[in-house]
Design a binder for this molecule. Structure first.
Ligand SMILES: Cc1ncc(COP(=O)(O)O)c(C=O)c1O
Length: 446
C-alpha cells in the first residue's frame, strides 16, 4: 500500500511540471500513476533481449519445484562451489576479522585500498602462481573477482572495438561486449550477436578454434580450461593463439579461472608460460573455484608492463586508472583469506578441495560414458560436457529436470556451438553427485 501511494504521489507531484513531458501513465488506475523519467535507456542493454543464462535456469528450476513441491533438486547447474572454505584459509580470515576490532589490527588491516590490492598479497600471488614465469607483483591487480574484472576491462577499452570469443564460452564476455557497444543486434538466424566473431570450438576441432581462418579482431577472449567444454588448451595451441594475436595486433584477455584444475602437463596454467605473451595478454584469475570464494569474492588480473595500446601508452596505466576510479580495493578480510590461500598450508588445503571436485567430475564423466553419451572435459576442469547430437539443449535440460529433478546447464546458453550439449558441473556434495548418478542411470537406462 505504501509503495502504491508513494508511486501515486510521485506521479501527481510531477504533473503539470516535468511530469507532463515525463509522460505520466495511469498503469495502475486513475489515482495510481507512475511517472517515467526522461532518461533514454542504454540501447546496448536493450540488445540483451533474453535474460542472463543462470537467472533463466533458476526460473525454470523454481517452476519445476512449484509443480513438484516434493522434488529433491540436485544442482549440477550454475557451477557454484558447495564445500566449506578450508580451515587454514578460514583461520587467516578470522584473524584479520578479529584484528579489525582492535586499534592495532585496524591500523594493519583496516581502511581503504590499496586499489591494486595489499602489497604482501600481490607478492604472495606472484610467488605462488607466477614464480616460473616473468610476471611481477607490480603487474597484479587484486580484485573482488574475475567477472567484475571482465566488466572493468571492457570499461577500460570502451566501445569501437572488434571482439572475438570462443563459442561456446562463459556468457560474460559476450554480454559485457554487448553492453559496452562492441556488437550489433542479436541475430535470430545465427543465434549470435552481429559484429562479434564467434570462434567455434567443437569436438571436430578438439575444442580449439580454427585460428588460421579467424578474422583479425582487437580484443580476443579466451578461457582455458574452458567453461563450459572443460577443454584445456595445450602449449602448442596457446603458442599459436599468442602468435595470431601478435600478428594481428590484438589484445588477448585470457581467463584462467580454472587453471588450478589442469593436470595435463602439456597445458599451461598461465598464458605467460608462452614466450611473448606479456606483450599480448591480460590474464584474469580468481579464488572463487580454487578455494570456494564465490561468495567471499577475491580474484586478480595481470596487466603486464609490456602491454601497450596502438599509441605506445601502457595498458597497465589505464587499468590502474580504472581500478582507482571504480574500485576501492578488495575487502581486507577477503585479502587476508587470499594471503592464507598462498601459504603452504592454505595452498595444500586448496589443492585438496580441488581434488575433491575433480573426483566428482570423474564420477559424472564415467556415469555419462557408461550411459553411452559423447562426453568431453572433466579431467582438467570441473565441468563435464555431454553431447546429445541433434537435440535442442534447452529441451535436453528440460527433460533431465523433469525426469530426474537434476539441474544442468543447456549448452546453447554458452553460444550456438553449445547446441546439442549440456554442461554438468562437478561442484556438489559427494552424496548428491552419487545420487545424481543413480537418478541419471535410472532415467536413461529406461
Ligand atoms: C570462466 C569464468 N570466468 C570467470 C568467472 C567468474 O569468477 P568470479 O567468481 O571470480 O567472478 C567464472 C565463474 O563461473 C567463470 O566460469
Amino acid at each position: 500500500m505504501m509503495m502504491m501511494s508513494s508511486l501515486s504521489s510521485r506521479g501527481v507531484s510531477h504533473t503539470g511540471g516535468r511530469g507532463v513531458s515525463r509522460g505520466a501513465r495511469s498503469h495502475r488506475g486513475l489515482n495510481q500513476t507512475i511517472c517515467m523519467s526522461t532518461v533514454t535507456r542504454n540501447a546496448n542493454i536493450g540488445k540483451l533481449a533474453a535474460g542472463y543464462l543462470f537467472p533463466e535456469i533458476a526460473r525454470r528450476r523454481n517452476e519445476h519445484l512449484e509443480a513438484n513441491p516434493d522434488a529433491k533438486i540436485i544442482s549440477l547447474g550454475i557451477g557454484d562451489t558447495t564445500e566449506p572454505i578450508p580451515q587454514p584459509i578460514v583461520d587467516g580470515m578470522v584473524e584479520s576479522a578479529k584484528g579489525l576490532g582492535t586499534l592495532d589490527g585496524y591500523g594493519k588491516y583496516g581502511g581503504y585500498g590499496a586499489e591494486q590490492g595489499q602489497g604482501p598479497l600481490r607478492d604472495a600471488i606472484a610467488e605462488r602462481f607466477y614464480s616460473h614465469v616473468d610476471t611481477s607483483a607490480a603487474d597484479i591487480f587484486v580484485s573482488d573477482g574475475s567477472k567484475c574484472d571482465i566488466g572493468r576491462i571492457q570499461m577500460m577499452f570502451g566501445s569501437g572495438h572488434s571482439v572475438s570469443v570462443q563459442d561456446p564460452s562463459y556468457p560474460a564476455y559476450v554480454d559485457t561486449s554487448v553492453i559496452i557497444g562492441n556488437t550489433g543486434l542479436f541475430n535470430d538466424d545465427t543465434s549470435q550477436f552481429d559484429d562479434i566473431q564467434y570462434m567455434a570450438c567443437t569436438a571436430g576441432n578438439g575444442f580449439f578454434p580454427d585460428i588460421d581462418s579467424a578474422k583479425k579482431s582487437d580484443i580476443v577472449f579466451f578461457c582455458s580450461p574452458n567453461n563450459p567444454t572443460g577443454a584445456a588448451a595445450t602449449r602448442e595451441q596457446l603458442t599459436k593463439l599468442v602468435a595470431k594475436c601478435k600478428a594481428d595486433g590484438s589484445i588477448l584477455i585470457y581467463d584462467a579461472a580454472y587453471a588450478i584444475y589442469i593436470e595435463n602437463p602439456d597445458c599451461p596454467k598461465t598464458i605467460y608460460e608462452i614466450p611473448g605473451a606479456d606483450e599480448v595478454a591480460i590474464e584474469t584469475c580468481s579464488f572463487s573455484k580454487y578455494a570456494g570464494f564465490t561468495g567471499l569474492r577475491l580474484g586478480w588480473t595481470v596487466v603486464p608492463e609490456n602491454l601497450t595500446f596502438s599509441d605506445g601508452s601502457k595498458v597497465k596505466t589505464d587499468y590502474n586508472r580504472i581500478m582507482s576510479t571504480c574500485f576501492n580495493g578488495a575487502s581486507n578480510v577477503a585479502q587476508a583469506a587470499g594471503m592464507a590461500c598462498c601459504s603452504d598450508a592454505g595452498y595444500k588445503s586448496m589443492l585438496d578441495l580441488v581434488a575433491y571436485y575433480k573426483e566428482n567430475a570423474l564420477i559424472l564423466k564415467k556415469c555419462f560414458e557408461e550411459l553411452g553419451f559423447e562426453v568431453h572435459g572433466g579431467t582438467d576442469a570441473p565441468y563435464v560436457w555431454v553431447g546429445f547430437p541433434g537435440k535442442n539443449s534447452w529441451d535436453v535440460f528440460a527433460e533431465i529436470l523433469s525426469g530426474t529433478s537434476i539441474v544442468t546447464t543447456p549448452g546453447a546458453g554458452f553460444g550456438p556451438a553449445g547446441e546439442g550439449f549440456v554442461r554438468a558441473s562437478a561442484f556438489g556434495h559427494r552424496e548428491n553427485i552419487l545420487e545424481a548418478v543413480d537418478r541419471l542411470k535410472d532415467y536413461f537406462k529406461k
